[in-house]
Ligand binder design. Structure first.
Ligand SMILES: *Cc1c(COP(=O)(O)O)cnc(C)c1O
Length: 392
């Protein structure tokens, strides 16, 4: 076997993540590695915390990136906040709610599942019924942006309801952070996690998290030890906490943190509101093109995520062949359906740096070309002008 250096093809990433990484962020990754206790690195850590606080719109002191992907951020929230016997209500309207339930159970907690139809937002009325039926519930977990379906839930209202029943809240913001309005302090979210590779357009493998004082109080008054040594926040804080000695806990992924710093800096330069507006505008343009072709959104208007567009597949079309041709002929990646929606939808991501006019043009053009060539029942010749009109 002759192994050579790995040189990946240059793709356009319009799936459910990772998204296109800006050259500035890739360049940051390749800067010289320094020690994880180097004073210059500590300075970077302090700046990272501030940049994350801005992205999350929070003043929470316990805000930092977990050294592992979004799933580890999820696990960090559950292992630290759920003690054996704790009842946790999990709102599930897609794949990721199911993972939350797994987490609760693996922590020894009792999970109560409140299920909604896939492709719909979480129903606040159903959560209220569950809260009344389970007055001993301690935590409510929810996904703001269900990447598996493209539905967005009203986290502000759900958190308000949870607090009225004296419950803490855990919010999955992996796909929402940077792409759609999210205000941790204003909405009162107690614990939240995200990921680096979706709307932050950073390299994959990091998970920003944030915990408010109520959540910290729950962690500090635990009766049992957190079963995960690596994710135990009381230990991690010895490294990330300001004013501490910055004791060694694990070797931080130094270069990956350079790239997160750069991506958050770019978000700050653009401005959060502007980033949200850009995602929204580009979603409308993609939508105009897809609908002109005859494809339909599975999520109803008003609950759609701008950064994740789940659309139906024309009848008789082998959806995997289409995705294969887009990748092979146009270097374009779009996502397949996940879980209950496998084979039924495409998931087209417009996340972070991928949310650009040229990407929409490529996606609409390539999709129309391939579908027409396969003899699919679509309307040809109108999508690009519909898209252009929406872009203004
Ligand atoms: C991608 C995603 C995750 C998991 O993140 P990884 O970085 O793949 O571990 C969790 N929740 C949601 C909503 C996601 O979209």
């Amino acid at each position: 076997m002759s192994v050579k250096s790995f040189n990946p093809p240059v793709r356009t990433l319009m799936g459910p993540g990772p998204s296109d990484v800006h050259p500035r962020i890739l360049e940051a990754l390749s800067r010289p590695t320094i020690g994880h206790l180097d004073p210059e690195f500590i300075r970077l850590m302090d700046e990272l915390k501030e940049l994350l606080q801005y992205a999350f719109q929070t003043k929470n002191a316990l805000t930092m990136p977990v050294s592992a992907p979004g799933s580890a951020g999820m696990e960090t929230c559950f292992v630290n906040l759920v003690e054996p016997g704790d009842k946790v209500i999990v709102c599930q309207n897609g794949v990721f709610g199911g993972r939350m339930k797994e987490n609760v159970e693996r922590c020894g907690g009792v999970a109560v599942l409140v299920e909604d139809t896939w492709g719909e937002a979480i129903d606040i009325g159903k959560l209220e019924e569950a809260l009344k039926a389970h007055p001993d519930a301690k935590i409510i977990a929810m996904v703001q942006a269900e990447t598996s379906t493209g539905a967005q839930s009203d986290v502000a209202a759900l958190v308000t309801l949870a607090h009225a029943h004296d419950c803490l809240t855990i919010v999955d913001a992996v796909t929402s952070l940077g792409g759609t309005p999210l205000k941790v302090d204003e909405w009162g979210i107690d614990a939240i996690y995200s990921g680096s590779q979706k709307c932050l357009s950073c390299t994959p493998g990091l998970s920003p998290v944030s915990f408010n004082e109520r959540a910290q109080e729950k962690i500090l008054t635990r009766k049992t030890r957190v079963q995960s040594w690596f994710l135990d926040l009381t230990l991690v804080m010895g490294y990330w906490g300001s004013g501490t000695r910055r004791a060694y806990h694990h070797t931080a992924p130094i270069n990956a943190l350079y790239s997160l710093h750069e991506s958050l800096l770019m978000l700050q330069e653009e401005g959060l509101e502007n980033a949200w507006a850009r995602h929204h505008k580009n979603h409308l343009a993609l939508r105009a093109g897809l609908e002109a072709m005859g494809l339909k959104f599975i999520v109803k208007e008003g609950e759609r995520l701008p950064q994740l567009n789940a659309v139906t597949i024309p009848a008789g079309v082998d959806e995997a062949v289409v995705r294969g041709r887009l990748l092979g002929e146009y270097n374009l990646e779009i996502g397949a359906g996940l879980g209950a929606l496998a084979g039924k939808v495409w998931r087209i991501g417009l996340m972070g740096h991928s949310s650009r006019a040229e990407n929409i043009l490529l996606c609409i053009g390539a999709l129309e070309a391939v579908l027409s060539d396969m003899g699919a029942d679509i309307t040809s010749g109108v999508a690009l002008s519909a898209m252009q009109k929406a872009l203004g």
